[in-house]
Write a protein that binds this ligand. Structure first.
Ligand SMILES: *Cc1c(COP(=O)(O)O)cnc(C)c1O
Length: 226
């Protein structure tokens, strides 16, 4: 498997999805999710032209951060425990999993710069999933205003592992509506223009519904643990 071939075919799928939805493919960034692969494979991804890398655990994140060379933007995409914030906060470019005030408080305490964050929303209302519910989102975002090191650049969601296109599409649409709602609050720390949604199985639908960041692991860099 060559990552550059996978990247080419994913780029083609994204272009087609953009054509179907009248979007510009330049507004869709691919994050290579490298949690299941080695440093060597991750380096191959960067050497193939991938800029955005995503990891979901602090150890994996720090390991890749220290070993991989080149021009990389680092995304933390997994559930973030407050006690792990200290170890990653000066290394991340984006956090996709802001889902509670205590985490915002800890981020604010541990850094002096502005950190680009996505609020993770649980639109499918699956109990197993992290994220702020649709009902609580607006109040949550308003409460974040006092933490001025946090910049809410958008919303992130994870769709359930299902094949039903209609259900997936509805989840992505709902997330986009919530994103627009937050954007229109015009809060100084919440431009909220971005949508982080879509993974290996559903990124084409996510792009049709407005994703600006897709997080792709298996179908881009593979899974070396299988
Ligand atoms: C693992 C993971 C992905 C990528 O999953 P694939 O199905 O391998 O593409 C995307 N987002 C998050 C939050 C993940 O944990």
């Amino acid at each position: 498997m060559r990552i550059s071939d996978n990247l080419q075919s994913i780029n083609q799928q994204i272009s087609k999805a953009c054509e179907r939805s009248n979007r510009n493919p330049e507004n869709v960034s691919i994050i290579a999710v490298t949690k299941y692969v080695s440093v060597e494979t991750t380096q191959e991804a960067v050497d193939s032209g991938i800029v955005h890398l995503g990891e979901n655990r602090d150890e994996g994140f720090i390991h890749k951060y220290e070993q991989v060379t080149g021009h990389v933007k680092w995304h933390f995409i997994g559930t973030l425990q407050s006690r792990k914030v200290k170890s990653i906060i000066d290394k991340v470019d984006y956090i996709h999993s802001l889902d509670r005030l205590s985490l915002a408080k800890e981020i604010h305490k541990r850094t002096n710069r502005k950190v680009k964050c996505f609020v993770q929303v649980n639109v499918s209302e699956e109990k197993s999933k992290h994220g702020v519910s649709a009902d609580e989102l607006i109040e949550f975002v308003q409460q974040l205003e006092k933490y001025d090191s946090i910049e809410i650049i958008g919303l992130m969601t994870m769709a359930p592992h299902i094949k039903d296109e209609k259900v997936l599409r509805r989840i992505f649409q709902k997330t986009r509506h919530l994103q627009q709602k937050v954007q229109h609050l015009n809060l100084s720390n919440a431009p909220c223009t971005e949508l982080s949604m879509g993974m290996s199985n559903d990124y084409s639908i996510a792009v049709e519904e407005g994703a600006t960041f897709v997080r792709i692991g298996t179908s881009l860099v593979g899974n070396e643990r299988k």
